[in-house]
Design a protein around this ligand. Structure first.
Ligand code: ZN
Length: 56
C-alpha cells in the first residue's frame, strides 16, 4: 500500500491489547510510541468508511 505512513486513520483502540485497529484494516500495535492521531492528512479509506457509516 506504499505510503500509508503519516496518514491519520480512524479506528478504535482495543481496551485489552492496546492495539489500534483502523477502519481501513490496519492494526497498529500497542507501544508504537507516537500517537499521531491528528486530523490531517486523513486516510481516504478511513474517511470513506466513516462517511459510509454515517449514511446508514
Ligand atoms: Zn486508514
Amino acid at each position: 500500500m506504499g505510503s500509508n505512513r503519516g496518514l491519520v486513520h480512524r479506528g478504535s483502540k482495543s481496551w485489552w491489547t492496546g492495539d489500534f485497529k483502523t477502519l481501513c484494516g490496519l492494526v497498529i500495535p500497542a507501544g508504537t510510541g507516537k500517537s499521531p492521531w491528528f486530523t490531517k492528512p486523513a486516510c481516504p479509506t478511513c474517511e470513506a468508511a466513516v462517511a459510509a457509516r454515517k449514511r446508514k
